[in-house]
Design a protein around this ligand. Sequence first.
Ligand code: HEM
Length: 364
Amino acid sequence: MTTFAGCQAVLTGPDFLVPDREWCERRIPEGIGRPAADFFYSSMLATNHDAHDRLRRLVVRELSARRVAALRARVEELGAELLDAFAEAAAGGAVADFHELVALPLPVAMVGELIGVPRADQQGLSLLGDDAVRLLEPVRTPEDWARADRGVGGLRTYFAGLLHERRSRPADDLASALAVGPLTDSAGLTDDELVDVLVLMFAAGFETTAAMLGMAVHALLSHPEQWALLRRRPELVPAALEESLRWDAPVPMTERITARATEVAGVPLPAGASVIAVMAAAHRDPEVFADPDAFTIGRPDGRVLSFSAGAHYCVGTALARLEGVVLLRQLLHRLPRLTPSGPPTRRTGDGLRGFTRLPLALAG
Ligand code: HEM
């Protein structure tokens, strides 16, 4: 499905469900018995109805707009620290990697702190997370499975330890809320299920956001007239972030299965059909966006499906947007002379867009 209305109908309609464990067993038998498949197909992203509500309820409150707004000062502090390190690396006209120095460590630190991961452990965990997100590939190769198994296995071991620790010494973080919180008791989750909630929150929370930050900066700098407009009118920062989420969405597509015979956009579908909602294509739908291929901040028609819609609407939306808005504002003030310096390197695969290297410099 490539139109905006079609994607919205698929993501929000009651006839469409996410592929679940039963579907995995029938359609991708090579996943059976693998830790990565066991994790993914029992997670929020691959459960429906009551099984999904039971998991989602545990985390939505922790990531509500109000809770996230309280994190603003911390995002500002970390952003300033990382931009200083970037400016130092780029001193004297040197080329520095914005992805490595800013776009990746900011969300790793934010989601790490939200969960309760000490800073010293964050980078190692992000490497495991990088392996785990191969699960987002629409068609997983044997190498994707092997990497995902490795990542999920390592993250499960780490978060089992953290949960154990928080049980005896609770702190003010998500791991403690899950370890000793009243919600957990009422939902009756096993320890293995709680560990997997933390694994999902960590893995889903940083790669996507790092991708968004890098792609927003790249989109702005590769459209100098838009960057100049933003420098003149910094109040357009939230709109600039939305336009970058439209123009280059970190998660370009997602899959649904028809629960019964239905139709979408006039196309009849049998029960059990697989439908791919291609949000990246919906974002270029000329029925919704005038001149859709142009990167234009402050569009009147700016609304995005980058965080999906419906029952699985991303729970980290407020945090991701906060990080994006704070960082872009800081860039305008601290590094207004930022400029591209050589071609960036894109991630491989189709499940998640973004950069693995974004070389930038400070113009003289
Ligand atoms: C720019 C950053 C982000 C993007 C583009 C993004 C994108 C998405 C998308 C597209 C989905 C739904 C997939 C579907 O409908 O099949 C999703 C779900 C989810 N996201 Fe995000 N996400 C981002 C940041 C975050 C952050 C910061 C967190 C956590 C701190 C997070 C946690 C989750 C979780 C737990 C789900 C599962 C929700 C459910 O299935 O009910 N995400 N995200």
